[in-house]
Design a protein around this ligand. Structure first.
Ligand code: AMP
Ligand code: GLY
Length: 419
């Protein structure tokens, strides 16, 4: 089989490596892929948001199956376009991807179907939004409605910060059109859990739980990033909580999307907060998480392509989706200065990684060498029989990748170990 994968980050590298475990996979194209992915797939220089380019490429090359991984192409309808060409896909159509594409849509969905989430109001008028926050207790959470590269959420500690955030989003256009409408919601507390699930609209199969580390610096300090590391499983997510989430969140969400005529097929990501009043949804993503995928897929024992095809053909209930009892840890290595200013173009080398492995993200090829090409450069991943074993192994392996200005957090998984 020939497979087309849309995307070019660490998540896509993890997906591609897992797909290659299937003996029927002869060839994978990554659009656009990256310099590190190029070792495992044919990278084609077509951007993930270039829906016309992706469709043209698919028409000419006739892949047997396509996986659309990032949020942008999903929201822009890449799956709709590929399916119209007769190419079976893993990933939601645009109507279903709206669950991530619009926070107002997802909040209203949760309210309508009684799915637990933070109390909220939505606004498209700066004055009304400002009046509203003046009546509320701080901290308060302000979210741009649309996609904003994971940066559209501001937790305002003071009224001044809240008012400033509203002006920035609604009048100065900090997130373009994405911020012209906002959700203002109650500040929740509790451990966060990421649960990625497979769903075909009939069945939901949660994958092993995980924990992201979004801040740039140790101790959850510094700016928000795309994710500086992950561990799986998440020790806060007990069997009891998992059962409660299935009953109150996962199944109701799948059914709600069906009711709305937006059947979701693909990977539905539940960003949860385990609050003193029970688990609540912080956000939905219409795709695999990054860097959650880098720890979840290595623990998957079932064949990824078989499961993805079953989702596409709506026969997920026939599949046994198994995960190992072990643990995994991903340490993201970034370019010093990320998520603000950083330099690129430094050669990346790997010593013998042993049982650990590397998923490339911000990497490109220059003069035949793999060099840094982005903020988050790569993730070093290790598995272990226990969480501590996996963390220790990932840090040991982290010393075996080399590039100038390498920066990584030293405390990935420490909070989980204290749970
Ligand atoms: P998001 O981009 O929606 O995942 O939000 C980024 C981060 O902001 C989340 O991972 C949480 O840590 C935090 N966050 C979002 N919504 C809330 C909330 N209602 N209360 C507390 N923290 C939140
Ligand atoms: N790691 C969070 C996300 O993928 O949105």
């Amino acid at each position: 089989m020939k497979i087309l994968v849309v995307g070019g980050g660490g998540r896509e590298h993890a997906i591609i490596k897992k797909l290659l475990e299937n003996k029927n996979v002869e060839h994978i194209w990554a659009l656009p892929g990256n310099g590190g992915i190029a070792k495992d797939a044919e990278c084609v220089n077509i951007g993930a948001k270039d829906i016309d380019g992706i469709a043209e490429f698919a028409k000419a090359n006739k892949p047997d199956f396509a996986v659309v991984a990032p949020d942008d192409p999903l929201v822009l309808g890449a799956v709709d376009r590929l399916e119209a060409l007769g190419i079976p896909c893993f990933g939601p159509r645009a109507a279903a991807a709206e669950i991530e594409g619009s926070k107002i849509f997802s909040k209203n969905l949760m309210k309508k179907y009684n799915i637990p989430t933070a109390e909220y109001e939505t606004f498209d008028d700066l004055e009304k939004a400002t009046e509203y926050v003046r009546t509320k207790d701080m901290p308060i959470v302000i979210k741009a409605d649309g996609l904003a590269l994971g940066k559209g959420v501001i937790i305002a500690e003071t009224l001044e910060e809240a008012e400033r955030a509203l002006v920035m989003m609604m009048s100065e256009g900090a997130f373009g059109k994405s911020g012209s409408r906002v959700v203002i919601e109650e500040f929740l507390t509790g451990p966060e859990v990421s649960v990625l699930s497979f769903t075909d609209g009939k069945t939901v199969v949660p994958m092993v739980s995980s924990m992201d580390h979004k801040r740039a610096l140790d101790g959850d300090k510094g700016l928000n990033t795309g994710g500086m590391g992950t561990i799986a499983p998440n020790p806060y997510y007990t069997k009891e909580i998992a059962d409660e989430c299935m009953e109150k969140i996962f199944l109701p969400t799948m059914k709600a999307m069906n009711e709305e005529g937006r059947t979701f097929k693909g990977c539905l990501y539940f960003g949860l907060m385990l609050t003193p009043k029970g688990p609540k949804v912080i956000e939905y993503n219409c795709r695999f998480g990054d860097p959650e995928t880098q720890v979840v897929l290595p623990l998957m024992e079932s064949d990824l392509l078989d499961v993805m095809m079953a989702v596409s053909e709506e026969r997920l209930s026939d599949m046994e989706v198994k995960f190992s009892n072990g643990a995994a840890c991903c340490v993201v290595h970034a370019s010093k200065g990320y998520p603000e200013k950083y330099e690129t173009g430094f050669e990346i080398t790997e010593d013998d990684m042993g049982d650990a492995f590397v998923y490339y993200a911000g990497a490109k090829i220059a003069d035949g060498k793999v060099v840094t090409g982005g903020g988050r450069v790569l993730g070093v991943v290790a598995k272990g029989a226990c969480l501590k074993c996996a963390i220790d192994a990932a840090y040991k392996a982290s010393e075996k990748v080399h590039f100038e200005n390498d920066f990584y957090r030293k405390d990935i998984g420490q909070k989980a170990l204290k749970a």
